[in-house]
Structure formats: structure tokens, C-alpha cells
Design a protein around this ligand. Structure first.
Ligand SMILES: Nc1ncnc2c1ncn2[C@@H]1O[C@H](COP(=O)(O)OP(=O)(O)OP(=O)(O)O)[C@@H](O)[C@H]1O
Ligand SMILES: [Mg+2]
Length: 369
């Protein structure tokens, strides 16, 4: 395990994480309604509850169960979350948030986090786009998007200069959710990019043109863009870091989880210094958490100690339903929305969306500058 007494890397890492955090709202009183009223929000499915009072009454009426009976505790906890979360709109950000989901360690839950947080946000009424820049194409699969070799993909965008709009597909199960797929061609993109001019900025350029074009045509704002990265610090990942403003790091609650994290954070610091000064780590999510093991709790505690304010309070448990969903070309949000895995991702997604409530409104930011 990472030596907690070795604070040098963590201190550098923390300053990278905190570097350009949006200023918190001074009064901290902006509500979801305040933000949402500043734009038109895509209608979401009607809430199963008549009003907030009814939700609160129902949650209050749940019998209290302590952790000494784990199964009953989980059932009660799931019921509480379902009543509190389902059908509730998320606040829309004042501008498009672009998050790169990255960790050079493989199998930590990058793709699972990308597709489930994206789906949860789309189900809560936000417009969400997933860019699958990993040649494995796992995010495309989980979103039910065609990505065989002949399908136009991010390869065409990054290497062939195709417009991003030409490769984007609508996710079949979730309205408001779109995906630019990856095909196996992307595996060769690394080599082809090496000799290209401004090879690190190619994704950013096409994303900027796409967003500008939408704005010029008065199309609805894309609220969130998530970029699912491959498990490496390759040119494709660098393109993702340059295109984004925020880094979202999933950390698996396992022994080796923290190894390589300081390398990732140093890498982000380099990108910030040379290519993208606005880039910062805004979000860390603990995945595959197993509350029964001491190791999981130790990793979680260590991460929370060092990165307190950017770590999402909800951690995602290990869940069979989460791992089954991609084999049905679905996210767990549609495959089994009532499962504890889906509810955790829904709760985590709400926390990420509500980060904007701590930002200063644009007028106050201007005044301060
Ligand atoms: N909370 C979870 N519970 C159970 N299984 C999970 C969970 N999160 C992810 N998995 C499984 O772990 C494996 C790795 O997850 P995932 O593909 O999301 O990681 P990744 O970081 O994107 O991997 P790669 O680095 O290869 O891109 C997958 O089989 C996935 O289904
Ligand atoms: Mg992946």
C-alpha cells in the first residue's frame, strides 16, 4: 500500500487537484431550481412522488435498521435511496462541463463509471455526450452503440478530420444520451498521430467546432461530455486531457489502487503547465468498494484523507448487476435500476451534478476577476 507518511507526492497531487477549482458560492445557497431556471431543461420522466414533502415523509417512515443485520440494512438503505433519488431532476451546469475519465491503471472502473454516471445524468434530464476514445470500445458496447470496423468513429475525427457530428449516435435506451464510438481503428491512431501537426490538440479542435456549431444553430446545450480513456498515458489520453477542463478519476478500492496515482497526477500537472492551464482534478470516485474488507475501508480512508473535497461521498460497491449489464449492451441504470449498484451510481452522479451549486454564478465570478 502507498506509504501514507510519504506526503510529498500527495501534496503535489493535492495542489494539482485544488489548482483551479471553481470558487465556491459564497452563500452556498444556490438550489437546483436556481440553476435550472437559467436554461431550458429537457423534460424528464414524471416523478413517482407528488412532492418533496411526500418523499421526506416516506423516508421518515422507513423502519430504522442497524448494520448488525446486513441484509435488512441494505434493503432499507436501497429503499431510502430509491425514494430520495428517483425521478428528481439534476441541476444543469451553466456551461458544458467536459470531464476526462482517466486512470492509467487498467480495470479500475473508468468505463463503468463513464457510462453509468452519463446514463444517470441523462435520465435526470441533462443532455450528455460520451466520447469513447479507448480502442477497446467498451463504453460503446455498454451504451448499445454499433462500433464494428465500418462504423464512423472517433478515429475518423481524430485522424481524418471528420466532423464530430458525423460520428455521434443516439443511445438506444436512454433519451438525451449520445456517444461517439470507438472502433478498432483507433488502435492504430497512436502511431498515425505521432507525425501530425498539433497532434495533442486534435480532439479539442473538433470538440470546439462541434460545440460552436451547435451554439450557432441554437441547438440545446450539451450539459456533460465524458471522455472514456484507455488505460495508458498515451497520445489518445493526452488528447482527452487537452479537450477537457476536468479530470474524473475512478479509484478501485484495492491494494495497488494508489500506486501510479501520483504519476497520473504529475502527468496532469505537466499537461496543465504546457497544454491546458484550465485542467484540474474535480472528482474522485471510489469504485468496487467492499465494506466487509478492511482493505477497502483503508484505501477509501486514505483517499478521503488526502483529497477530501474532491472525493464523491458515495462509493460504488462491488455488484454483480453492474458487471452483468454490459453483456446486455446496457448500463446498470437501465438493466436493473433498483439494484444497489444502480442506486449508488445515481447518487454519485447527483453529487457530481450538484458540484455546480458550489460554483459562484457567472456574474459574481466576473466581479471577483
Ligand atoms: N462496481 C463494480 N462491481 C462489479 N464489477 C465491476 C464494478 N465496476 C466495474 N466492474 C467490472 O470490472 C471490470 C473492469 O471495469 P471497467 O471496464 O469499467 O474498467 P476500466 O478502468 O474501464 O478498464 P480498462 O482500463 O481496461 O479500460 C469490468 O468487467 C466491469 O464489469
Ligand atoms: Mg475502460
Amino acid at each position: 500500500m502507498h506509504d501514507p507518511s510519504d506526503t510529498t507526492a500527495w501534496t503535489a497531487a493535492r495542489s494539482a487537484a485544488e489548482g483551479s477549482q471553481p470558487a465556491p458560492h459564497p452563500a452556498g445557497t444556490m438550489t437546483a431550481e436556481d440553476w435550472s431556471s437559467t436554461r431550458s431543461v429537457t423534460p424528464i420522466p414524471p416523478s413517482p412522488y407528488e412532492n418533496e414533502e411526500q418523499r421526506r415523509t416516506l423516508v421518515g417512515s422507513l423502519p430504522s435498521v442497524d448494520e448488525s443485520t446486513p441484509l435488512a440494512f441494505e434493503v432499507a438503505e436501497n429503499a431510502r435511496r430509491r425514494i430520495s433519488l428517483v425521478g428528481r431532476p439534476f441541476p444543469a451546469p451553466p456551461h458544458t462541463r467536459i470531464l476526462t475519465v482517466a486512470n492509467q491503471k487498467g480495470g479500475v472502473g473508468k468505463t463503468t463509471t463513464t457510462v453509468n454516471v452519463a446514463a444517470a445524468m441523462a435520465q435526470a434530464g441533462l443532455n450528455v455526450l460520451v466520447l469513447d476514445i479507448d480502442p477497446q470500445g467498451n463504453a460503446s458496447t455498454a451504451l448499445g452503440i454499433d462500433h464494428h470496423a465500418d462504423i464512423p468513429s472517433l478515429y475518423d475525427v481524430v485522424v481524418e478530420d471528420a466532423p464530430l457530428a458525423d460520428v455521434i449516435q443516439q443511445c438506444p435506451d436512454v433519451p438525451n444520451l449520445w456517444c461517439a464510438p470507438a472502433t478498432i481503428d483507433l488502435a492504430g491512431a497512436e502511431i498515425e498521430l505521432v507525425s501530425m501537426v498539433a497532434r495533442e490538440m486534435r480532439l479539442q479542435k473538433s470538440l470546439d467546432s462541434y460545440l460552436d456549431e451547435r451554439y450557432a444553430n441554437a441547438l440545446p446545450q450539451i450539459d456533460y461530455i465524458f471522455i472514456d480513456c484507455p488505460p495508458s498515458l498515451s497520445l489518445l489520453t493526452i488528447n482527452a486531457f487537452v479537450a477537457a477542463t476536468e479530470v474524473f478519476i475512478p479509484i478501485q478500492c484495492e491494494y495497488y489502487a494508489l500506486e501510479g496515482l501520483s504519476q497520473l497526477l504529475k502527468h496532469i500537472e505537466l499537461i496543465r503547465g504546457h497544454l491546458n492551464p484550465r485542467l484540474h482534478v474535480s472528482t474522485i470516485l471510489l469504485t468496487m468498494y467492499d465494506g466487509r474488507t478492511r482493505l477497502s475501508s483503508q484505501v477509501a480512508e486514505e483517499v478521503r484523507t488526502h483529497f477530501s473535497e474532491v472525493v464523491v461521498k458515495t462509493s460504488v460497491p462491488r455488484s454483480v448487476r453492474i458487471s452483468e449489464a454490459p453483456s446486455h449492451s446496457q448500463t446498470v441504470m437501465t438493466y436493473d435500476p433498483g439494484s444497489s449498484g444502480a442506486l449508488s451510481y445515481l447518487e454519485a452522479a447527483r453529487e457530481v451534478a450538484e458540484q455546480v451549486l458550489r460554483w459562484a454564478p457567472p456574474a459574481e465570478q466576473e466581479e471577483r476577476e
